[in-house]
Design a protein around this ligand. Structure first.
Ligand SMILES: [Zn+2]
Ligand SMILES: [Zn+2]
Length: 305
Protein backbone atom coordinates (compact mmCIF):
# COMPACT_ATOMS: atom_id res chain seq x y z
CA UNK A 1 0.00 0.00 0.00
CA UNK A 2 2.74 2.40 1.02
CA UNK A 3 4.65 1.47 -2.13
CA UNK A 4 1.64 2.34 -4.26
CA UNK A 5 1.28 5.72 -2.55
CA UNK A 6 5.00 6.40 -3.05
CA UNK A 7 4.76 5.35 -6.69
CA UNK A 8 1.81 7.73 -7.15
CA UNK A 9 3.75 10.60 -5.55
CA UNK A 10 6.74 9.92 -7.82
CA UNK A 11 4.49 9.89 -10.89
CA UNK A 12 2.83 13.16 -9.82
CA UNK A 13 6.27 14.75 -9.27
CA UNK A 14 7.53 13.51 -12.63
CA UNK A 15 4.45 14.80 -14.44
CA UNK A 16 4.73 18.07 -12.52
CA UNK A 17 8.34 18.45 -13.57
CA UNK A 18 8.02 17.63 -17.25
CA UNK A 19 4.43 18.43 -18.26
CA UNK A 20 4.77 22.26 -18.11
CA UNK A 21 7.79 21.96 -20.35
CA UNK A 22 5.83 19.92 -22.88
CA UNK A 23 2.73 22.13 -22.64
CA UNK A 24 4.62 25.44 -22.87
CA UNK A 25 6.94 24.30 -25.68
CA UNK A 26 6.15 25.95 -28.98
CA UNK A 27 7.29 23.72 -31.80
CA UNK A 28 9.76 25.26 -34.11
CA UNK A 29 10.14 23.29 -37.31
CA UNK A 30 12.91 23.13 -39.79
CA UNK A 31 11.32 22.39 -43.13
CA UNK A 32 12.25 20.13 -45.95
CA UNK A 33 10.46 20.09 -49.32
CA UNK A 34 9.15 16.59 -50.00
CA UNK A 35 7.44 17.46 -53.25
CA UNK A 36 7.64 20.98 -54.72
CA UNK A 37 4.44 22.83 -55.63
CA UNK A 38 4.10 24.00 -59.23
CA UNK A 39 1.73 26.36 -61.10
CA UNK A 40 -1.34 24.16 -60.76
CA UNK A 41 -0.50 21.36 -58.29
CA UNK A 42 0.12 21.60 -54.57
CA UNK A 43 3.30 20.19 -53.00
CA UNK A 44 4.33 18.70 -49.65
CA UNK A 45 6.82 19.74 -46.98
CA UNK A 46 7.86 17.98 -43.81
CA UNK A 47 8.86 19.76 -40.61
CA UNK A 48 10.89 18.49 -37.67
CA UNK A 49 11.01 20.12 -34.23
CA UNK A 50 13.89 19.78 -31.76
CA UNK A 51 11.45 17.96 -29.46
CA UNK A 52 11.19 15.21 -32.01
CA UNK A 53 7.74 16.09 -33.34
CA UNK A 54 7.38 15.67 -37.10
CA UNK A 55 4.60 16.97 -39.30
CA UNK A 56 3.81 17.02 -43.00
CA UNK A 57 1.99 19.96 -44.64
CA UNK A 58 0.47 20.68 -48.04
CA UNK A 59 2.01 23.63 -49.87
CA UNK A 60 -0.47 25.52 -52.08
CA UNK A 61 0.00 25.59 -55.86
CA UNK A 62 1.91 28.72 -56.90
CA UNK A 63 -0.48 29.75 -59.70
CA UNK A 64 0.60 30.76 -63.20
CA UNK A 65 2.96 33.67 -63.75
CA UNK A 66 1.96 36.44 -66.15
CA UNK A 67 4.14 38.31 -68.60
CA UNK A 68 3.14 41.10 -70.99
CA UNK A 69 0.08 40.09 -73.04
CA UNK A 70 0.59 39.94 -76.81
CA UNK A 71 -2.01 41.10 -79.34
CA UNK A 72 -4.27 38.28 -80.61
CA UNK A 73 -2.38 35.56 -78.69
CA UNK A 74 -3.78 33.64 -75.75
CA UNK A 75 -1.64 34.59 -72.72
CA UNK A 76 0.70 31.81 -71.61
CA UNK A 77 2.39 31.28 -68.26
CA UNK A 78 6.01 32.43 -68.27
CA UNK A 79 6.96 29.48 -66.04
CA UNK A 80 5.12 26.43 -67.45
CA UNK A 81 4.12 27.80 -70.85
CA UNK A 82 0.48 26.74 -70.44
CA UNK A 83 -2.49 28.78 -71.70
CA UNK A 84 -4.39 29.90 -68.65
CA UNK A 85 -7.61 31.65 -67.69
CA UNK A 86 -8.53 33.67 -64.61
CA UNK A 87 -10.62 32.09 -61.87
CA UNK A 88 -13.22 33.61 -59.56
CA UNK A 89 -14.88 36.06 -61.98
CA UNK A 90 -18.67 36.27 -61.72
CA UNK A 91 -20.96 35.08 -64.52
CA UNK A 92 -24.64 35.20 -65.41
CA UNK A 93 -26.56 33.07 -67.88
CA UNK A 94 -28.02 34.52 -71.05
CA UNK A 95 -31.82 34.64 -71.21
CA UNK A 96 -32.10 31.31 -73.02
CA UNK A 97 -29.42 29.84 -70.72
CA UNK A 98 -27.43 28.63 -73.70
CA UNK A 99 -24.41 30.77 -72.92
CA UNK A 100 -23.05 33.09 -70.28
CA UNK A 101 -22.03 36.65 -69.65
CA UNK A 102 -19.06 37.71 -67.55
CA UNK A 103 -20.41 40.13 -64.98
CA UNK A 104 -17.55 41.25 -62.76
CA UNK A 105 -14.35 40.65 -60.79
CA UNK A 106 -16.00 38.40 -58.18
CA UNK A 107 -13.30 36.84 -56.02
CA UNK A 108 -10.63 37.07 -58.72
CA UNK A 109 -7.54 38.91 -57.51
CA UNK A 110 -5.50 38.68 -60.74
CA UNK A 111 -3.85 41.91 -61.81
CA UNK A 112 -3.72 40.49 -65.34
CA UNK A 113 -7.05 38.92 -66.18
CA UNK A 114 -7.72 36.39 -68.91
CA UNK A 115 -11.49 36.10 -69.32
CA UNK A 116 -12.33 32.39 -69.76
CA UNK A 117 -13.93 31.38 -73.05
CA UNK A 118 -16.26 28.92 -71.27
CA UNK A 119 -17.94 28.79 -67.88
CA UNK A 120 -19.72 25.67 -66.66
CA UNK A 121 -19.30 24.21 -70.16
CA UNK A 122 -21.10 27.14 -71.78
CA UNK A 123 -19.44 29.71 -74.03
CA UNK A 124 -18.80 33.15 -72.56
CA UNK A 125 -20.36 35.38 -75.22
CA UNK A 126 -20.70 38.80 -73.62
CA UNK A 127 -19.29 41.24 -71.09
CA UNK A 128 -21.97 42.92 -68.98
CA UNK A 129 -22.45 46.69 -68.69
CA UNK A 130 -20.06 48.17 -66.11
CA UNK A 131 -18.66 44.67 -65.48
CA UNK A 132 -15.09 45.75 -64.79
CA UNK A 133 -15.65 49.45 -64.10
CA UNK A 134 -13.94 49.81 -60.74
CA UNK A 135 -11.05 52.25 -60.21
CA UNK A 136 -10.11 50.53 -56.94
CA UNK A 137 -9.37 47.13 -58.49
CA UNK A 138 -5.75 46.94 -59.62
CA UNK A 139 -6.04 45.61 -63.16
CA UNK A 140 -3.08 46.05 -65.50
CA UNK A 141 -3.94 43.83 -68.47
CA UNK A 142 -7.05 42.12 -69.73
CA UNK A 143 -7.36 39.47 -72.41
CA UNK A 144 -10.75 39.00 -74.10
CA UNK A 145 -11.47 35.65 -75.81
CA UNK A 146 -12.95 35.47 -79.30
CA UNK A 147 -16.15 33.88 -77.95
CA UNK A 148 -17.14 37.39 -76.78
CA UNK A 149 -19.60 38.86 -79.29
CA UNK A 150 -20.82 41.89 -77.37
CA UNK A 151 -19.43 44.24 -74.77
CA UNK A 152 -21.77 46.25 -72.53
CA UNK A 153 -21.61 50.02 -72.14
CA UNK A 154 -18.95 51.26 -69.72
CA UNK A 155 -17.66 47.68 -69.30
CA UNK A 156 -14.10 48.89 -68.67
CA UNK A 157 -14.83 52.53 -67.87
CA UNK A 158 -12.61 54.11 -65.26
CA UNK A 159 -10.20 51.18 -64.82
CA UNK A 160 -7.62 53.46 -63.26
CA UNK A 161 -4.68 51.06 -63.69
CA UNK A 162 -5.48 49.37 -67.00
CA UNK A 163 -2.59 49.54 -69.48
CA UNK A 164 -3.28 46.92 -72.10
CA UNK A 165 -6.34 45.32 -73.67
CA UNK A 166 -5.82 42.29 -75.87
CA UNK A 167 -8.44 40.62 -78.02
CA UNK A 168 -7.48 36.96 -78.49
CA UNK A 169 -7.81 35.01 -81.71
CA UNK A 170 -10.44 35.71 -84.35
CA UNK A 171 -12.76 38.15 -82.59
CA UNK A 172 -16.09 38.87 -84.30
CA UNK A 173 -16.90 41.91 -82.18
CA UNK A 174 -18.74 44.60 -84.16
CA UNK A 175 -19.23 47.42 -81.67
CA UNK A 176 -17.10 49.19 -79.10
CA UNK A 177 -19.97 50.66 -77.08
CA UNK A 178 -20.37 53.95 -75.27
CA UNK A 179 -17.70 54.63 -72.63
CA UNK A 180 -16.43 51.03 -73.02
CA UNK A 181 -12.83 52.06 -72.28
CA UNK A 182 -13.43 55.68 -71.29
CA UNK A 183 -11.45 57.38 -68.53
CA UNK A 184 -8.63 54.82 -68.59
CA UNK A 185 -5.77 57.20 -67.90
CA UNK A 186 -3.03 54.56 -68.29
CA UNK A 187 -4.40 52.60 -71.25
CA UNK A 188 -1.60 52.49 -73.81
CA UNK A 189 -2.61 49.83 -76.25
CA UNK A 190 -5.59 47.92 -77.60
CA UNK A 191 -5.88 45.78 -80.72
CA UNK A 192 -9.34 46.82 -81.90
CA UNK A 193 -10.79 43.71 -83.63
CA UNK A 194 -10.78 43.87 -87.43
CA UNK A 195 -14.57 43.26 -87.49
CA UNK A 196 -15.56 46.40 -85.56
CA UNK A 197 -17.89 48.67 -87.57
CA UNK A 198 -18.90 51.09 -84.82
CA UNK A 199 -16.87 52.90 -82.17
CA UNK A 200 -19.52 54.64 -80.13
CA UNK A 201 -19.79 57.83 -78.10
CA UNK A 202 -16.86 58.39 -75.69
CA UNK A 203 -15.62 54.81 -76.21
CA UNK A 204 -12.03 55.91 -75.52
CA UNK A 205 -12.74 59.29 -73.94
CA UNK A 206 -9.86 60.65 -71.89
CA UNK A 207 -7.38 57.79 -72.46
CA UNK A 208 -4.38 60.04 -71.95
CA UNK A 209 -1.70 57.45 -72.82
CA UNK A 210 -3.39 55.75 -75.76
CA UNK A 211 -1.23 55.92 -78.88
CA UNK A 212 -0.92 54.13 -82.19
CA UNK A 213 -4.59 53.30 -82.64
CA UNK A 214 -5.31 51.22 -85.75
CA UNK A 215 -8.90 51.62 -86.87
CA UNK A 216 -10.38 48.51 -88.54
CA UNK A 217 -10.81 48.56 -92.30
CA UNK A 218 -14.58 47.89 -92.01
CA UNK A 219 -15.22 50.70 -89.52
CA UNK A 220 -18.18 52.88 -90.45
CA UNK A 221 -19.12 54.94 -87.45
CA UNK A 222 -17.00 56.95 -85.02
CA UNK A 223 -19.18 58.46 -82.29
CA UNK A 224 -19.06 61.86 -80.62
CA UNK A 225 -15.98 62.32 -78.40
CA UNK A 226 -14.90 58.73 -79.19
CA UNK A 227 -11.19 59.60 -78.81
CA UNK A 228 -11.55 63.03 -77.23
CA UNK A 229 -8.71 63.90 -74.83
CA UNK A 230 -6.54 61.03 -76.03
CA UNK A 231 -3.57 63.33 -75.62
CA UNK A 232 -0.89 60.86 -76.74
CA UNK A 233 -2.37 60.34 -80.22
CA UNK A 234 -0.19 62.00 -82.85
CA UNK A 235 -1.75 60.69 -86.01
CA UNK A 236 -4.80 58.67 -86.92
CA UNK A 237 -5.80 57.06 -90.20
CA UNK A 238 -9.46 57.04 -91.14
CA UNK A 239 -10.23 53.96 -93.27
CA UNK A 240 -12.18 54.53 -96.49
CA UNK A 241 -15.09 52.53 -95.00
CA UNK A 242 -15.89 55.30 -92.48
CA UNK A 243 -19.04 57.29 -93.24
CA UNK A 244 -19.53 59.25 -90.00
CA UNK A 245 -17.16 61.00 -87.63
CA UNK A 246 -18.95 62.51 -84.67
CA UNK A 247 -18.56 65.84 -82.94
CA UNK A 248 -15.26 66.12 -81.07
CA UNK A 249 -14.31 62.56 -82.01
CA UNK A 250 -10.63 63.51 -82.03
CA UNK A 251 -10.80 66.78 -80.16
CA UNK A 252 -9.33 68.01 -78.07
CA UNK A 253 -6.32 65.73 -78.56
CA UNK A 254 -3.41 67.99 -77.67
CA UNK A 255 -0.70 66.17 -79.66
CA UNK A 256 -2.73 65.11 -82.67
CA UNK A 257 -0.98 66.52 -85.73
CA UNK A 258 -2.51 64.69 -88.62
CA UNK A 259 -5.77 62.97 -89.53
CA UNK A 260 -5.17 60.90 -92.65
CA UNK A 261 -8.19 59.96 -94.76
CA UNK A 262 -7.79 56.88 -96.94
CA UNK A 263 -10.59 58.43 -98.97
CA UNK A 264 -10.89 62.16 -98.60
CA UNK A 265 -13.63 62.61 -101.20
CA UNK A 266 -17.35 63.02 -100.70
CA UNK A 267 -17.39 64.37 -97.15
CA UNK A 268 -19.93 66.87 -95.90
CA UNK A 269 -18.60 68.85 -93.00
CA UNK A 270 -20.95 70.53 -90.57
CA UNK A 271 -20.81 72.02 -87.12
CA UNK A 272 -22.78 70.82 -84.16
CA UNK A 273 -25.91 72.55 -85.44
CA UNK A 274 -25.34 70.97 -88.86
CA UNK A 275 -24.35 74.26 -90.47
CA UNK A 276 -21.93 73.79 -93.35
CA UNK A 277 -18.37 74.39 -92.24
CA UNK A 278 -15.49 75.37 -94.47
CA UNK A 279 -12.46 73.29 -93.60
CA UNK A 280 -9.63 72.14 -95.83
CA UNK A 281 -10.12 68.40 -95.75
CA UNK A 282 -7.33 67.18 -97.93
CA UNK A 283 -3.81 68.26 -98.58
CA UNK A 284 -2.31 67.49 -101.99
CA UNK A 285 0.25 65.14 -100.44
CA UNK A 286 -1.62 62.63 -98.38
CA UNK A 287 -5.34 63.13 -97.97
CA UNK A 288 -4.65 64.53 -94.55
CA UNK A 289 -6.01 67.23 -92.35
CA UNK A 290 -3.01 68.91 -90.83
CA UNK A 291 -4.11 70.18 -87.48
CA UNK A 292 -2.66 73.48 -86.48
CA UNK A 293 -5.47 74.05 -84.05
CA UNK A 294 -7.08 70.81 -82.90
CA UNK A 295 -10.13 72.69 -81.67
CA UNK A 296 -10.99 74.10 -85.09
CA UNK A 297 -11.37 70.64 -86.60
CA UNK A 298 -12.82 69.11 -83.47
CA UNK A 299 -15.98 71.12 -83.64
CA UNK A 300 -16.98 69.41 -86.86
CA UNK A 301 -19.15 66.50 -87.79
CA UNK A 302 -18.11 64.66 -90.93
CA UNK A 303 -20.51 62.61 -93.00
CA UNK A 304 -20.16 60.99 -96.36
CA UNK A 305 -22.58 62.57 -98.78
ZN1 LIG B 1 8.57 20.77 -30.50
ZN1 LIG C 1 2.25 28.11 -65.15
Amino acid sequence: MLNKILMGVVIVILIGAFLPGIINHTHSYSWEIVQPANCTESGLRSGKCSCGKKITEIVDAIGHTTGPFQDNAHPTCTVCGENYESKGLTFALTQDASACIVAGFGTCADKNIVIPSTWQDKPVVAIAENAFSNPNYILYQIAIPDTIKTIGESAFKNCAWLQRVVFIGQSTLTTIPRYAFGYNGFLESINIPATVTKIDHCAFYNCQKLNNVVLPSVLQYIGDFAFSQCNSLRTITIPSSVTHIGYGAFSPCDRLEKVIFQDSTGWKITDRDYNQVKIQLSTPQQNAILLTDPYSYGGCILDKK
